[in-house]
Design a protein around this ligand. Structure first.
Ligand code: UD1
Ligand code: UDP
Length: 373
């Protein structure tokens, strides 16, 4: 069997690594296609190295652009590779422009698409990711929702065949790498941080960074944190902070360490040892609950409602008062802290990657890995 993986951004590499590994363990060499949506060393190559992935077969060097430029160029380049290689299935993960491009290029060549992390919905159609998720799910033959809730979203849209609830591969990645990170990373020493003595922050979502007004609200939250904090800044946010003249303000906040994006092992160690995490990232909401760290999400909605229902995540948006109120409670109320930290993990047992590979191998063996006419 010949599976092709199409990916292009930091979270896709991290979350597909366990699936790639599962195929390799079954003696199947997957074809690896990197669109180059992310291209800085610390947004891409560092993960390929740390996760010890096999060499990439095709680097498409799509790079940055408008939504249509990036998606369109990726489609054109992916199509060429898929036409030459004719894999049995194309795997995509998540909701980026790379995912939409990979799914559309593949299904139109009659190569079935398997969507890892299918069925997530924020019900906010102003997010590019929401459009990507919906369209990728509808272009896919085989769907791997991480949770029952995600499966129900698919069912509501009439997608009921070849749907397999697997758990989220983010748990596999965390379990496979947390011990290595603990041993190998010296990130706490490097930044002078002590366990549970700091807040970890990330924010990069377009709706938070692309308008000056919203970005300034984020900066105001950063200026009012009640504890030491560290913020590895995504290149999109760095660029916007500079454009809007906010960079100096952020880099001069006394209790805040601002740094470039970190490798996965450093970042995992920072997450595990954080007092709390504030983020607008999807993957980091999932990792926080997996690692038993309270999460305050800098958004007004989430396509990971399971984390909120479980009690490990609170949506604070860009509301400074609300964010400060929850931080204060976490600091002052031990019982509340324990409750958030001990919320049950809704994302499965860390065997999602294996399950996905087994299901695809089985469908292939039975001649059912195909697009029905
Ligand atoms: C993309 C995904 C988002 C995901 C995020 C993961 C879409 C629509 N968005 O957002 O869902 O959460 O990746 O991190 O696909 N840039 C660099 N170096 C890089 C990559 C990007 O400088 O290696 C800068 C460029 O100025 C670029 C900007 O970041 O224009 C945004 O990059 P892009 O890939 O378009 O979107 P992300 O914000 O990274
Ligand atoms: N991550 C990392 N270094 C960082 C920030 C994030 O390794 O400096 C990892 C993090 O552990 C998670 C993933 O990147 O697995 C999340 O990516 P991101 O927030 O960019 O995307 P999203 O999940 O929101 O799509």
């Amino acid at each position: 069997m010949k599976p092709a993986f199409v990916f292009g951004t930091r979270p896709e590499i991290i979350k597909l690594a366990p699936v790639i590994r599962a195929f390799l363990e079954r003696g199947v060499e997957p074809l690896l296609i990197h669109t180059g949506q992310h291209y800085d060393y610390e947004m891409s190559a560092v993960f390929l190295e740390e996760l010890e992935l096999p060499p990439i077969d095709y680097h498409l060097e799509v790079g940055s652009g408008t939504q249509a430029e990036q998606t369109g160029l990726a489609m054109i380049k992916i199509e060429k590779v898929l036409m030459d290689e004719r894999p049995d299935v194309t795997l995509v993960q998540g909701d980026t422009n790379t995912v939409l491009a990979g799914a559309l290029a593949s299904v139109k060549l009659k190569i079935p698409v398997a969507h890892v992390e299918a069925g997530l919905r924020s019900f906010d159609r102003t997010m590019p990711e929401e459009i990507n998720r919906i369209l990728a799910d509808h272009a896919s033959e085989i769907l791997f929702p991480p949770t029952e809730e995600a499966r129900k979203n698919l069912e509501r849209e009439g997608i009921t065949e070849n749907v397999y609830v697997t758990g989220n591969t983010v748990v596999d990645a965390v379990l496979q790498n947390a011990k290595v990170a603990e041993k190998k990373s010296d990130v706490l020493e490097r930044f002078g941080l002590r366990p549970k003595g700091y807040i970890l922050i990330t924010a990069h979502r377009a709706e938070n960074t692309d308008s000056r007004e919203n970005l300034e609200r984020l900066v105001e939250i950063l200026e009012n944190l009640p504890m030491k904090a560290i913020y590895p800044i995504h290149p999109r946010t760095r660029k916007r902070l500079q454009e809007f003249g906010l960079w100096e303000r952020v880099s001069s906040i006394e209790n805040l360490i601002v740094t470039k994006p970190l490798g996965y092992l450093d970042f995992l160690k920072l997450e595990k040892n954080a007092f709390a995490i504030m983020t607008d990232s999807g993957g980091i909401q999932e990792e926080a609950i997996t690692l038993n760290v309270p999460c305050l999400t800098l958004r007004y909605n989430t396509e990971r409602p399971e984390t909120v229902e479980a009690g490990g995540n609170v949506l604070v948006g860009l509301e400074k008062e609300r964010a400060m109120e929850y931080l204060k409670r976490l600091i002052e109320d031990e019982e509340f802290y324990r409750k958030m930290a001990n919320a049950p993990n809704p994302f499965g047992d860390g065997k999602a990657g294996k399950r996905i590979a087994e299901i695809l191998l089985d469908l292939h063996e039975r001649g059912e890995l195909r697009i029905k006419g």
